[in-house]
Ligand binder design. Structure first.
Ligand SMILES: Nc1nc2c(ncn2[C@@H]2O[C@H](COP(=O)(O)OP(=O)(O)OP(=O)(O)O)[C@@H](O)[C@H]2O)c(=O)[nH]1
Ligand SMILES: [Mg+2]
Length: 414
């Protein structure tokens, strides 16, 4: 399967079903009580993290994911059927963004996020019967489902991220540290996509995950080489391992890596330095490198020399660093069906004879109103009075005949 770490598409939840207008018909009773049932709620679009997927490939060409609408209510107080939810499975480590920012961070298998909520079903006429209004002939319409364009971003989740110039031996190291079998080649950019390996759960009480990413070069942050876009896969690694080729100007390589990490905002991340390919070096050169890099581990991915020491060092450092940091760059926003920035209602004069009323409750009321039914419209007006909207409009200067807008709905003030 191809490694795809980004996808963009529209999610659309189902609308709620409309309530029904119906009257009970029994023998000898020409017109019985109202019995129009409620519409079913629309289905939601839900994302769920799974370990069975490693890439966003299944969504690379997706344009739209939509859930079913709710069924309409019917007579005899029968509620409409609920629309089915759609569950979209994504790999663990998927971040979901919309135009406003992070919506969800699915970092554990089984974790779920509702990304587009289904609209609520409308009430049927039986819900509007009162002692003084025994035969209401109106109902509510179902609310629309949420719709938004989202962007998925996959970040491989690891404890240790291997960073190095091309050909330093990162993939070779991953293959000797873990059971992973990444592609190794004696040419730069052998690795084109991030890979993971789990380090031995027999040796240590807690196993840990090492990520291997494509090599960085000077200027990667400006897009040179494969660029630094793969750094985001190790952006959540608790510890970085800077892998230097001991035979190829390790000082220069270290300076380049530090600069690129800094440019990517990872300059402060804890790291260990690994000098690789020491099998090729004589004792004198090794001694020189020990002085140059006193804190580094000298290893050979080829002969396995120093590898157990490196594994121990990584394990020790991880244990000291403690729990994985779960918060990403943003706190996951609270998710609401409608996103009012205020909870009440606001009346604004928008033009000479124009007013706009906004607020979650009032906008919902407008959406629910069945404008084809005179009784429905009457009910809407009654509700406006009851909620104080009419008074607020008057206070704002509205006169009969002026235009009032609520959401997508416009009508004359009377
Ligand atoms: N002599 C010697 N050669 C090594 C050692 N480790 C890796 N190599 C060789 O170095 C070359 C590059 O190794 P890779 O593991 O593919 O390097 P990489 O850092 O993953 O490279 P990219 O994926 O291209 O960035 C291969 O030919 C390896 O066989 C080592 O410890 N000693
Ligand atoms: Mg590689």
């Amino acid at each position: 399967m191809q490694f795809v770490d980004e996808a963009r598409f529209v999610v659309r939840a189902g609308c709620g079903g409309d309530g029904s207008v119906s009257f009970n018909r029994e023998k000898y009773k020409p017109r019985g009580g109202p019995d129009g049932g409620r519409g079913g709620d629309g289905g939601s679009v839900i994302f769920r993290a799974t370990e069975d997927l490693q890439t966003l490939e299944p969504y690379a060409h997706r344009k739209l994911v939509k859930a079913e609408r709710g069924g309409h209510g019917s007579g005899n107080n029968r509620a409409g059927e609920r629309g089915d939810d759609v569950v979209v499975e994504v790999p663990v480590g998927t971040l979901i963004y919309d135009e406003h920012g992070l919506l969800a961070d699915l970092s554990e298998a089984g974790e779920e996020a509702v990304v587009a909520r289904g609209g609520l079903g409308g009430r049927g006429n039986s819900s509007f019967a009162t002692s003084t209004r025994r035969a209401p002939a109106f109902r509510e319409k179902g609310l629309p489902g949420e719709e938004r364009e989202i962007r998925l971003e996959l970040r491989v989740l690891s404890d240790v991220g291997l960073v190095g110039l091309p050909n330093a031996g990162k993939s070779s190291l991953l293959s000797v540290l873990s059971a992973a079998k990444p592609k190794v080649g004696d040419y730069p950019f052998t690795t084109l996509t991030p890979g993971l390996g789990v380090v031995d759960d027999r040796t240590y009480r807690e196993s840990f995950v090492v990520a291997d990413i494509p090599g960085l070069i000077a200027g990667a942050s400006e897009g040179r080489g494969l660029g630094n876009r793969f750094l985001r896969h190790i952006a959540r690694a608790r510890l970085l391992a800077l892998v230097l080729d001991g035979t190829q100007d390790p000082e220069g390589a270290q300076a380049t890596l530090r600069a690129e990490l800094y440019a990517a905002g990872l300059g402060g991340r804890p790291y260990v330095t690994v000098v690789n390919k020491v099998d090729v070096l004589d004792e004198e050169l090794r001694g020189y490198l020990r002085e140059e890099f006193p804190d580094a581990v000298q290893v050979s991915a080829l002969t396995g020399e120093g590898v157990p020491e490196l594994r121990d060092l990584l394990e020790r450092r991880l244990r000291k660093l403690g729990e994985r940091e779960r918060a990403v760059e943003a706190v996951v926003r609270e998710h609401r069906t409608f996103r009012p920035t205020w909870s009440g209602m606001r009346v604004e004069k928008t033009g000479e004879h124009e007013y706009e009323v906004s607020g979650e409750e009032i906008e919902r009321l407008a959406l629910r109103t069945d404008w084809n039914s005179p009784e429905g419209v009457e009910n809407f007006q009654r509700e406006l009075e009851r909620k104080g909207v009419v008074a607020a409009l008057r206070r704002a200067g509205a006169a009969p005949g002026d235009e009032v807008r609520i959401g997508d709905v416009g009508f004359d003030f009377s």
